[in-house]
Structures are given as structure tokens and as C-alpha cells.
Design a protein around this ligand. Structure first.
Ligand code: UGA
Length: 431
């Protein structure tokens, strides 16, 4: 099939390369010329394991191309995927200007029947909105259908998630168009859900919000654990063994970050409030998530007797492991608080340092975790990179001046840390 993908961010790039890898002819469109040139050279604008190799191979074999020419790409394609950014506005609602821009572009170029698919995470009602924009702006009286096909991939494991989704959701106005989109996924042999457009749109938001609820719940239990001397890892292990609950997304830590959960939970809350419903569970989830890093920072400040003159080794910067994404990363809260308290930060992250330098150029960036720990009063772990999990504790202790380790991701065994001579502080762990 001939497919056009508008937007070469996470979702667009991964969607495009997966469809190309399944044998389709895919044209990826982006309005940023420099980004398109970069992609045509085989260079990735984001760090994502496995992406570069897959893009290069499919581009070399001629199934995947990158262009700024939206008109040409739309004309050549039967199915057009909208994968543009949907950033949050100040009030928590979603900025739909890029979706509208893409819809206008499609409307201007359409010369025959097209299937237009929303894959960006968009509020309920976007299907009708895109339909309206295209109807009012199309130059020729050609027919089209608008479908919702939300994406459930996670950064850091995007290729694997896109190839092995738990389910493929297609929201379509009729069975014929649903089957057309479904055909694209047939080789994956995964469970399919065909529904109406609004329900498909809500499945995406409800899924992300539910996962956010699970995380905030685990963090709330962690906060109780700290007060009653229980261990949140043991508690959540026991809870997650119940098949009705499941073990996933019950890891307590600094709260959820990244480009999806914070934005999507606020957007769903905004949608709920706009139809007169408060959605108290979601409100509490967001509040809990906002408070979690603040509690952690307060604990560090208290244990160290303030940040003034203190050197903090920050291990990890990205919002989670296997990505260079700094959006809503909890490291940003830690850095801001330490700097505001006249402390010093020496940070190390295997991939995200370049992106962090754009936000905090004034802190010191180290070559390794040990380099960062040199002479530090405390080490603070914020990202669960594999290389930190079995770090040489003796070497870390020898490099540091102080002995406090604040583990925002619960990577270490408290007992082992104590034996290694550290004063260890996890999240919801026995102390
Ligand atoms: C999330 C969803 O998992 C994807 O299914 C969805 O497609 C994506 O959002 C999206 O809407 O585009 P992502 O944000 O890439 O994916 O990363 P996750 O692995 O879900 O982690 C999100 C945040 O939750 C991270 O900050 C992570 O550290 C935190 N988290 C996750 C926890 O604190 N505890 C957990 O148990 C799990």
C-alpha cells in the first residue's frame, strides 16, 4: 500500500518505518527542512534503540522516503497518517494547531478518495474536527474517511512495542474503511479492536490515565511504607501477584514524567471538566505525581542540612532509561532545587546530557558515574539506566566525600548499600 505519514516525531518515525518494513511504500513528511535532510542522511533526530538501523535499511531498499512535499506525498498515497505533535496548553488542554495544519494541507492536496488516520494522541472529538476542517477546505469534491488508530508504544522500546502491541485499536465510521486500515497490521497477527472513532480516541487516553493512576497509587503506598517501616517493593510485589491487578506500572519512584502521561492526564481531566465532570481520581493522581519529586527533594535537603555549598552527583537525567528525552524529567526538579539552594550539580547520563545542556548549561557534566561522584556529598539517582544497577559500590564510595545515596528509582538493596558504607534513602524502603 502507499502510505503518507505526516510528522516525523516519535510516533511518525516509528509508524513510518514499521509500515515500510512490512513491505509498504511509505513517504514521511515533515515541514522542517533540516530534519528531513538529516533523516535522508540516515541520521536520527531522537535516540531510540534499533530505529536507525531499521530506517537506514528501509530507506536503502527504497520503501521509505522523507520529504517536505506534503502535496506530492498526499497525492501518491491511499492512506494518510497524521502523527504531528499535540503539545499541552497552559490550561491543560491540547494545542491542536499542528493537527489542523496537517488537515488543511491534506484538504488542499486531495485529488481522489483518501483514508485519513489520526495516530497522534488527540482529545475525543478530533476525528469530527479533522473531518470538518477537510470538508471546509478541500479544493475538489473528493470523498474521504477519518479513522482513529492510537499508538501505545513506549519510548526506549518503541520498535518492539510497535511490532508487538497488546492490541491494535481502530475507530472507524464504517466496517469497510476499518478493514482497510486493519489490513496494514495483518502481518503482526495481534489482537484487534474495531470500534467507533470517539471510543478509539478515549481508549488511548483512558489507558494512559489508568497507568498514571497505578503509578501514583504505588507512590502513595510508598509514602505510607516510609512512615510504618515497610518496604514498597515487597508490598507491590505482593499486590501485583493478584492477576486482577497485575504487576506492571507499580514501581514507586519520583513519579511519571515524559511527553505522554503528564500531558495526557491533564488533557483528559480538561475534557472531563469541559463536560461537567470533575474526575476526582485523575485529579488526585496528578496532584500525587506533582508532590512526589518535591517530597524527595525535601528529604535530600533535610538529610544534607540544606544544599548550600553541597556537591550533588546526579546519576541519570532522562525521564526514563533508554531515551535521551528530557521532557518532564524529574532530574530537572532536582537540578533546579539544588541550584536555588546554592548547591552544585555534577551530572552524568549515558545519552541525555546533550539535551540537558540546552536547559541547564551551567551545571557540570561528567564522563561517567564515578567521575560525577568525585568529591560529592551525596549521590542522587533519578534514571534507572542498566549501568547504574550493578555499579561498583566500593568504587563509588571511594570517589565520594559523603556517604548519602538518594535512590529515586529504587535500584539498590538497602541492606547491601548499608554494608557498603552508604547512608541509603530509597522511595518507600525500610531505613
Ligand atoms: C507511555 C505509555 O506507556 C505508552 O503505552 C504510550 O503509548 C505513551 O506513553 C504515549 O502516550 O505515547 P512512555 O511515556 O514512553 O509511554 O513511557 P513509560 O514507560 O510508560 O513511562 C512513563 C513514566 O512513568 C516514566 O517517567 C517512568 O519512569 C514512569 N513509571 C513507569 C513509573 O514511575 N513507575 C512505573 O512502574 C512505570
Amino acid at each position: 500500500m502507499n502510505i503518507c505519514v505526516i510528522g516525523t516525531g516519535y510516533v511518525g518515525l516509528v509508524t513510518g518505518v514499521i509500515f515500510a518494513d512490512l513491505g509498504n511504500e511509505v513517504i514521511c513528511v515533515d515541514k522542517l527542512e533540516a530534519k528531513v535532510e538529516q533523516l535522508n542522511r540516515g541520521e536520527m533526530p531522537i535516540y531510540e534503540p534499533g530505529l536507525e538501523e531499521l530506517v537506514q535499511r528501509n530507506a536503502e531498499e527504497g520503501r521509505l522516503t522523507f520529504t517536505t512535499d506534503l502535496d506530492g506525498a498526499v497525492r501518491k498515497s491511499e492512506i494518510i497518517y497524521i502523527c504531528v505533535g499535540t503539545p499541552p496548553r497552559e490550561d491543560g488542554s491540547t494545542d491542536m494547531s499542528q493537527v489542523e495544519g496537517a488537515a488543511r494541507g491534506i484538504a488542499a492536496a486531495m485529488d481522489r478518495y483518501k483514508v485519513i488516520v489520526n495516530k497522534s494522541t488527540v482529545p475525543v472529538g478530533t476525528g469530527s474536527f479533522v473531518r470538518e476542517v477537510i470538508e471546509t477546505n478541500r479544493r475538489r469534491n473528493v470523498d474521504f474517511d477519518v479513522v482513529s488508530n492510537p499508538e501505545f508504544l513506549r519510548e526506549g522500546s518503541a520498535i518492539q512495542d510497535a511490532l508487538n502491541p497488546d492490541r491494535i485499536v481502530i475507530g472507524a465510521p464504517n466496517q469497510i474503511v476499518a478493514l482497510k486500515v486493519l489490513e496494514l497490521y495483518a502481518p503482526l497477527e495481534r489482537p484487534m479492536i474495531i470500534t467507533d472513532v470517539a471510543s478509539a480516541e478515549l481508549i488511548k487516553y483512558a489507558s494512559n490515565a489508568f497507568l498514571a493512576v497505578k503509578i501514583s497509587f504505588a507512590n502513595s503506598i510508598a509514602n505510607i511504607c516510609e512512615a510504618v517501616n515497610a518496604d514498597v517493593i515487597q508490598v507491590m510485589k505482593g499486590v501485583g501477584q493478584d492477576r486482577r491487578i497485575g504487576p506492571a506500572f507499580l514501581n514507586a519512584g519520583l513519579g511519571y514524567g515524559g511527553s505522554c502521561f503528564p500531558k495526557d492526564s491533564s488533557s483528559l481531566l480538561h475534557t472531563a471538566q469541559s463536560v461537567g465532570y470533575d474526575f476526582p481520581i485523575l485529579e488526585a493522581t496528578i496532584k500525587t505525581n506533582d508532590e512526589q519529586p518535591k517530597r524527595f527533594i525535601k528529604k535530600i535537603e533535610k538529610e544534607l542540612g540544606g544544599f548550600k555549598g553541597k556537591k550533588i552527583a546526579l546519576l541519570g537525567l532522562a525521564f526514563k532509561a533508554n531515551t535521551d528525552d528530557m521532557r518532564d524529567a524529574k532530574s530537572l526538579d532536582v537540578i533546579a532545587a539544588v541550584l536555588a539552594g546554592d548547591g552544585e550539580i555534577v551530572a552524568f547520563d549515558p545519552i541525555a546530557m546533550e539535551n540537558c545542556k540546552k536547559i541547564f548549561p551551567q551545571i557540570t557534566y561528567a564522563k561517567s558515574a564515578f567521575d560525577a561522584a568525585e568529591g560529592a556529598d551525596a549521590a542522587v539517582v533519578v534514571t534507572e539506566w542498566n549501568e547504574f544497577k550493578q555499579i561498583n559500590l566500593e568504587k563509588l564510595k571511594a570517589a565520594m566525600k559523603g556517604s548519602h545515596v538518594f535512590d529515586g528509582r529504587n535500584l539498590y538493596d538497602p541492606e547491601k548499600m548499608r554494608r557498603a558504607g552508604f547512608v541509603y534513602h530509597g522511595i518507600g524502603r525500610t531505613s
